[in-house]
Design a protein around this ligand. Structure first.
Ligand code: NAI
Ligand code: 15L
Length: 277
């Protein structure tokens, strides 16, 4: 029993954030201070200096022994680390497949209770833009990158069914400062809504294995989160304020362009790349 007054105790003793040097990791870092006494930050890239409540670990997720040590002693994990775009298979294999296996096997070994996994809309990118999808819609990856995120969703399902390790797979849309093209008016997820979705995913009492789409309250919607309503995610932002960035195309424009016909946009046009090293 802790002698600390309840008001000073935080919900988690130690939280791990992977991908902490990346775009979303840098957004998450500050929020975690309110949620855990100790925040362990990890990336293969250099990290900014640690605050008193932070621990830093620069390592490659493909290094099994390093990931085992990284995960020891943490209560929960926000897993953002990995390659975040399409890439040569060998690179994806190390970061997104071997890296993910290393994380889950270490999490099981060390008794971690829950992982929030940064999945992607590219797990379903070959669904047409005329469809509205929910958590039970079949995966239709649009790239090898999307295939690795499907692997993550299946691996986490297995670790829940077999061992009870809970995961929320967040199929993030496009989380940037602002939409970069007309498609992102539909897929936009503000940084504030992203952090709130991670908070809901960490703090909802029982999540089992869940799939939730990460989009703000945008005027056009391809994704229905009714089946993940128990998470209590209620996005506050909208891409509406950015509509003026992109003049409307005439309805007949580009109707044969796969990048407009499919939810994954230009990802559907990629081809497997040669290895980078
Ligand atoms: P990012 O590319 O800026 O950050 C990913 C981080 O992972 C980088 O700092 C990188 O150094 C690190 N990383 C890559 N390979 C690694 C390895 N082998 N070992 C350790 N660390 C490694 O991407 P961003 O935007 O921050 O996205 C975070 C996560 O969310 C990624 O997993 C991405 O796939 C996913 N996501 C992001 C979306 C977005 O719109 N920002 C949309 C859908 C998914
Ligand atoms: C993703 O999965 C990528 O990580 C991000 O860089 C964007 O391309 C995003 O999807 C998107 O679909 O806009």
């Amino acid at each position: 029993m802790s002698n600390e007054p309840a008001a000073q105790r935080k919900p988690f003793r130690r939280l791990l954030l992977t991908g902490a040097a990346g775009n979303l990791g840098r957004q998450m870092r500050g929020a975690l201070a309110d949620w855990a006494d100790i925040v362990r930050l990890s990336d293969v890239a250099p990290l900014d200096d640690a605050a008193p409540h932070e621990e830093l670990a620069v390592l490659d997720l493909a290094d099994r022994a390093a990931v085992d040590a990284l995960v020891e002693g943490v209560d929960a994990i926000v897993h953002l680390g990995g390659i975040s775009v399409d890439a040569p298979f060998d690179d994806l294999l190390e970061a997104n497949i071997r890296g993910l296996y290393n994380l889950y096997s270490a999490a099981h070994k060390h008794g971690v209770k829950r992982i929030v996994f940064a999945s992607s809309n590219h797990t379903i990118g070959f669904h047409p833009t005329t469809s509205v999808l929910d958590a039970d819609s079949p995966q239709r990856p649009d790239s090898l990158y999307g295939v690795t995120k499907c692997f993550g969703e299946s691996l986490s399902r297995y670790y829940y069914d077999r061992f009870g390790l809970e995961t929320v797979c967040v199929r993030i849309g496009s989380s940037f400062e602002e939409p970069k093209n007309p498609r992102m008016l539909v897929t936009y997820l503000s940084y504030r809504d992203f952090i709130e979705l991670v908070r809901c995913s960490l703090f909802t009492n029982r999540v089992g294995h869940a799939i939730v789409y990460g989009a703000s309250n945008n005027p056009v919607k391809w994704w229905d989160n009714t089946k993940a309503a128990f998470l209590g995610f209620n996005p506050q932002d909208s891409s509406e304020q950015f509509a003026g960035l992109f003049p409307l195309a005439a309805p007949t424009d580009n109707r044969d362009d796969p990048a407009q016909l499919y939810q994954g946009g230009a990802f559907v046009l990629g081809e497997p790349m040669e290895r980078s090293k």
